[in-house]
Design a binder for this molecule. Structure first.
Ligand code: AMP
Length: 550
């Protein structure tokens, strides 16, 4: 017998507002700190739902957001899906051309945008052909935006009723959407149905996931435009936890202050965020005593990070996931039989990408198409499937063929699995560069560089970097007769016209020839090996060249 209702997000909101009506939601907004309760949250979320109805948003329509982590953004998280529409979180760090593509591809009707991001969006709108035709904008806050014609959010919801008769939404109804830029070409859309988000939340709430309860204070530093901040706003609501949103571009000092003032117990972000906080703590007296768990993901957590947080009495949970799977896939909890293992063994395990969370299955396929043995040595591509793993991209049949097979998602991550079942990522099949948790397409940069007359060939690779994990370095073969004196500046100018600052290579090096594979492709592996000693260190990269995503 099927259950009485479908698997949807609405019951999570219902539970929090009925059981924890006085629990707080705190937000560092661009216009100051805001603090209210779940009860007020529900009132404002209802007002937003009524406003969306009046605007004409209907079931199945897509509503975009172009925002950092704050309470108004959180209001869209439940209001939009719970009226049967679809929340499309847009990554504001993408190049304009990608933003134009995804707004057009998703066919967004309305976009909520932060004050601090309005000019960035306005730039993408100004350069667009017809991608933004028919799209309206609401700017988060009380005031209008300078560069963009947009209704202030507070006027948009003002005067609307603080209750809403939430409809029964089908669990197969798309509730969320996020684009992944993990490969070459245009970003690929992933749709999350109500059921996918529900099951991801329930799996997160298991002890093997990243559970959150009513005595927790949860602060997602991972952006809410990045796979729903790893689902944390939903998981925290389901558990009735206090939520703290760190707002636009939080600096380590902001995070330290929020942890101290609000008593944060669980936070999550990419390694860059935690390296920043660690550095800040080494120079300032910060009280981390309430912090129990730090979830690190998006890129590999260095062992030293796990160890440092141990010295502070904070457990690092290293998590692996993907946009394609809403996103949590594995978490590095220590198995109970490892509780008596020596500290080094434990840290070794905890630094891996971890144990698959309940509800998912995986297999690892080697070059011969065979499943590997779980011995920590053999490696292959990780394939995964389960209720919150997508089985297709939005309107991208050619990408589907490459990335999915018989219901499995072929992750592109090359992994080993040890005898205890711990997954460890050893490489990425694709050569994208991941800087501070954000993707940079090496192929796009190469093509842009090779468009210069003075360039014969160019290969861009990710070089390890202390703070940002990876930064792009371009290896360029100058064309005959090219003026080497001016070439680097010209390439930089060319790239700066088209890409955000943080995409620009930290270095452009001249080489004689790009090493090739047997099939004539650029051998990034060889380049990386040859230049492995070039690890970039903090200070070499101007901060403004790095993604503004702390
Ligand atoms: P995204 O879809 O942008 O979240 O990126 C997903 C990809 O990020 C994965 O396929 C991995 O290559 C990488 N990734 C995510 N989590 C980790 C992690 N804990 N360690 C290493 N790489 C990771």
């Amino acid at each position: 017998m099927p259950g009485g209702t479908d698997q949807t997000l609405r019951p999570f909101l219902w539970r929090a507002t009925n059981l924890y009506s006085d629990t707080e939601i705190v937000s560092r907004n661009h216009d100051g700190m805001q603090r209210y309760t779940y009860s007020e949250y529900e009132g404002r979320t209802s007002q937003l739902a009524n406003a969306l109805d009046e605007y004409g948003i209907e079931s199945g329509d897509r509503v975009g957001t172009f925002c950092w982590n704050h309470s108004r953004h959180f209001e869209t998280y439940f209001a939009v899906p719970s009226i049967g529409a679809q929340l499309h979180t847009i990554n504001p760090l993408l190049p304009d051309a990608h933003i134009q593509y995804i707004v057009d591809n998703a066919d967004d009707e309305l976009i909520f945008v932060d004050q601090s991001l309005a000019s960035k969006l306005a730039g993408a709108v100004a350069d667009a052909d017809d991608e933004f035709d028919g799209v309206d904008f609401v700017v988060m806050g009380h005031e209008a935006a300078d560069d963009l014609e947009a209704t202030p959010y507070e006027s948009f919801i003002e005067g609307h009723a603080t209750d809403y008769d939430w409809p029964d939404v089908d669990e197969d109804q798309p509730a969320g959407m996020c684009y992944t830029s993990g490969t070459t070409g245009n970003p690929k859309g992933v749709e999350y149905t109500q059921q996918m988000l529900w099951s991801h939340t329930m799996a997160s709430q298991t002890p093997q996931g990243i559970p959150m309860a009513d005595d927790d204070v949860v602060m997602p530093v991972v952006p809410m435009f990045h796979v729903n901040a790893w689902g944390m706003p939903f998981t925290a609501t389901a558990g009735g936890a206090k939520q703290v949103f760190p707002g636009p571009s939080p600096e380590p000092e902001d995070l330290a202050t929020l942890i101290e003032n609000e008593g944060v117990t669980i936070s999550a972000g990419v390694p860059t965020v935690w390296l920043g906080l660690m550095e800040y703590c080494s120079e300032h007296d910060v009280d981390l005593s309430t912090l129990e768990t730090v979830i690190v993901g998006g890129s590999a957590a260095p062992k030293s990070m796990v160890e440092w947080f141990d010295t502070q009495g904070v457990e690092v949970l290293h998590a692996w996931g993907m946009t394609e799977m809403a996103p949590i896939g594995s978490v590095s909890h220590l198995k109970s039989d490892l509780a008596t293992a020596d500290y080094d063994t434990q840290v070794e395990k905890r630094s891996k990408q971890g144990l698959v969370v309940p509800g998912l299955e995986f297999k690892v396929i080697d070059d011969d198409g065979e499943e590997i043995v779980w011995n920590g040595q053999e490696f292959g591509e990780l394939w995964i499937r389960g209720p919150w793993v997508t089985t297709e991209y939005f309107e991208r049949p050619e990408a589907n063929e490459a990335d999915f097979e018989d219901g499995w998602l072929k992750t592109g991550d090359v992994v080993t699995v040890d005898k205890d079942g711990y997954i460890k990522i050893v490489d990425r099949e694709k050569d994208v560069i991941k800087s501070g948790g954000e993707w940079i397409s090496s192929v796009e940069l190469e093509n842009a560089i090779m468009a210069h007359d003075g360039v014969a060939e160019a290969a861009v690779v990710g070089v390890p970097h202390e703070r940002w994990q990876e930064r792009p370095v371009a290896f360029v073969v100058p064309a005959e007769g090219a003026d080497r004196e001016t070439l680097v500046d010209e390439i930089n100018e060319l790239l700066a016209d088209e890409y955000p600052k943080w995409w620009l290579p930290d270095e452009i090096e001249f080489i004689k020839e790009v090493p090739k594979t047997a099939t004539g492709k650029f051998s990034k592996k060889d380049i990386r090996e040859e230049y492995a000693d070039q690890s970039l260190v903090e200070g070499q990269v101007p901060d403004e060249a790095a993604p503004d995503r702390n």
